[in-house]
Design a protein around this ligand. Structure first.
Ligand code: S6P
Ligand code: ZN
Length: 191
């Protein structure tokens, strides 16, 4: 057994139900409402009106009990509701890992996308059940529901990676995703 300053947790099994999009045993669950997404949608007035009009849950994140600690490998399932704010598809806040490390997402349900931005280049991956999206170190990432039902995916990431949400507020995500008559479109961030 190697000598760790902070001892890792003990081995255990996690039941993963792709159909129900659940992990068992459960760790912390996080709920993000519209009010938690301040400054992220292009249309501030529409965002404010949605907050005043019931402040809906935009997405939930259910984690396994593996802690966000150095060397551990936590997992979570995110479910984004279907919706738009002034035409912009509902999405996660998006973040950069300050301690640049990679991550994988496995799409489980619905139709989504993985938007990545490194401050210069923008990438979009279509995410449908069975797709693994790879997020390389140094790319901020945001998930978007572009379908007609909730979109769920499993994330597996290094526990010491951290979450920098300020980076996205400062630099944006390169593109915005708008619902159109027959699907969705990627538009410049300033649009
Ligand atoms: C963690 C991983 C996901 C997101 C989750 C919510 O590194 O990327 O678990 O935290 O999808 O997104 P956000 O941007 O609100 O953290
Ligand atoms: Zn991440």
């Amino acid at each position: 057994m190697p000598d760790f300053a902070t001892p890792p947790i003990s081995p255990f099994a996690i039941r993963f139900d792709a159909e129900a999009a659940t992990l068992s045993p459960e760790g912390p669950t996080l709920e993000r409402r519209m009010s938690d997404l301040e400054g992220l949608f292009a249309d501030h007035d529409a965002w404010q009106a949605a907050v005043a009009d019931g402040d809906p849950v935009v997405y939930r994140v259910q984690s396994s009990p593996v802690p966000e600690a150095d060397r551990e490998l936590p997992q979570s399932i995110t479910t984004i509701e279907r919706g738009t704010t002034a035409g912009e598809c509902w999405m996660t806040k998006g973040h950069q890992h300050p301690n640049h490390q990679g991550e994988i997402y496995l799409a489980l349900h619905g139709t989504g996308g993985l938007l990545m931005f490194d401050g210069d280049r923008v990438e979009w991956l279509d995410m449908t059940p069975g797709t693994i999206g790879y997020i390389p170190p140094g790319w901020a990432h945001r998930s978007v529901n572009v379908g007609d039902e909730p979109y769920s995916f499993l994330a597996v990431y290094p526990g010491g990676a951290g979450h920098d949400y300020g980076w996205v507020l400062e630099h944006g995500m390169g593109n915005r995703i708008h619902r159109t008559g027959d699907g969705f479109a990627l538009r410049p961030y300033s649009a």
